[in-house]
Design a binder for this molecule. Structure first.
Ligand code: SF4
Length: 361
């Protein structure tokens, strides 16, 4: 088991290393090996921070925590968790390999422990589909990717700039810069992590993990991502969403991540695409077509993925967490904030924006 395997546990070589070490997962979980705790951390961090947490200092523990995390995700068996977990593993790997490839360790290292772009592309059957432009593969700034592979890797992309109509396409290949190529690899990782989940887990592995599964179900329930809210009271929105909605309605330009956050939030609280379009329409620079496209995409109607509202950690990392109040200190997700506000308000004081809007029209 190499450190490289622990850093990128979804690689075929990492899987082979675990198989070669003849590890019996049932006995690992039965004796509460530290890998179990770390596996649970991976999953919890995916839910609360869209990350996989701090790596364990021991290579073996870190590597084994990956199959354990997959088992835990399978036992909880909630599609939102599966989706977020795969996104988190891919995001963490993307951050790591972007740093490693940029720092030039692939050029300097002779230990075999570094990750080379060539190996990464090869791992996901991309080597034959990607050509560097104007330089060697390892250090080029521009690449071309065969259009078929490009479409497979961008079908779930939210941003309009990934749509084929907005790309430079020549001779069956799509032009990408280096950061876009690495984002495409991130998607390939996400697809691999998600593939096969949920696993079929034998009782000998599932039973000793029951309390960890219960714990994760509790974290999921606290985030309340699975409950249907169908009430729109903008005055009770979390401060971040109120600020973003104000920006939309006053015609401020919103960065892509900000527009994504407010649109995903509105879709999550039960608003239809038409209602979101109506709510945005106050904006003088409003683009109905773009809003419809983005909203349908977020809702999963024009994409394979239904997107969730970003967590507080993600909002903070993008600078979208503003005007925090006292309730913000007690929650980890804007949906949890809104639900707490709804619960604290008498039903007869809740005036749904859609009813007001209907009465005025
Ligand atoms: S803490 Fe969370 S809910 Fe509160 S403003 Fe920040 S992102 Fe929004």
């Amino acid at each position: 088991m190499e450190p490289l395997h622990a850093r990128y546990p979804f690689l075929d070589a990492a899987r082979e290393a675990v198989a070669g070490a003849d590890v019996d997962l049932a006995s690992v979980v039965a004796r509460e090996d530290p890998a179990v705790e770390r596996g649970r951390d991976r999953v919890e961090a995916a839910l609360t921070d869209r990350d996989v947490g701090e790596p364990h200092r021991r290579t073996r523990t870190e590597l084994l925590s990956y199959p354990i995390a997959r088992v835990l995700v399978s036992l909880v068996d909630q599609s939102v968790l599966t989706r977020w977990y795969a996104q988190a593993e891919a995001a963490a790997a993307h951050e790591r390999f972007t740093a490693e490839l940029t720092s030039g360790t692939e050029l300097k290292s002779t230990s075999g422990d570094s990750l080379r772009l060539r190996d990464l592309l090869d791992e996901f059957d991309l080597l034959g589909a990607v050509e560097p432009v104007g330089g060697p593969l390892a250090s080029a700034d521009r690449y071309e990717m065969a259009v078929g592979r490009y479409l497979e890797l961008t079908a779930g992309a939210f941003d309009e700039e990934w749509r084929l109509v907005n790309r430079e396409l020549a001779d069956g290949a799509v032009a990408l810069d280096r950061s876009e190529l690495l984002l495409a690899v991130r998607e390939a990782i996400r697809q691999r992590v998600e593939a096969g989940l949920p696993l079929s887990v034998p009782d000998a592995v599932a039973d000793p993990l029951a309390h960890h599964v219960e714990y994760l179900e509790g974290v999921l329930a606290d985030l309340d991502l699975t409950r249907d809210i169908d009430t729109v009271v903008p005055e009770l929105f979390p401060p971040c969403m109120q600020a973003l909605l104000d920006d939309v309605q006053t015609g401020e330009h919103l960065e892509h991540h900000s527009r994504f956050a407010i649109t995903a939030f509105l879709a999550s609280i039960g608003m239809s695409t038409d209602e979101i379009v109506d709510l945005y329409e106050v904006n003088p620079g409003f683009g109905e077509e773009v809003t419809r496209y983005q909203t349908d995409h977020i809702r999963g109607e024009t994409s394979p993925t239904e997107y969730s509202t970003p967590s507080c950690a993600t909002m903070q990392s993008y600078g979208d967490c503003v005007n925090k109040d006292e309730l913000c200190e007690r929650i980890k997700h804007p949906m949890a904030y809104y639900e707490a506000k709804l619960e604290d308000t008498d039903d007869d004081e809740l005036e749904d924006w859609r009813e007001q809007a209907g009465a005025e029209s």
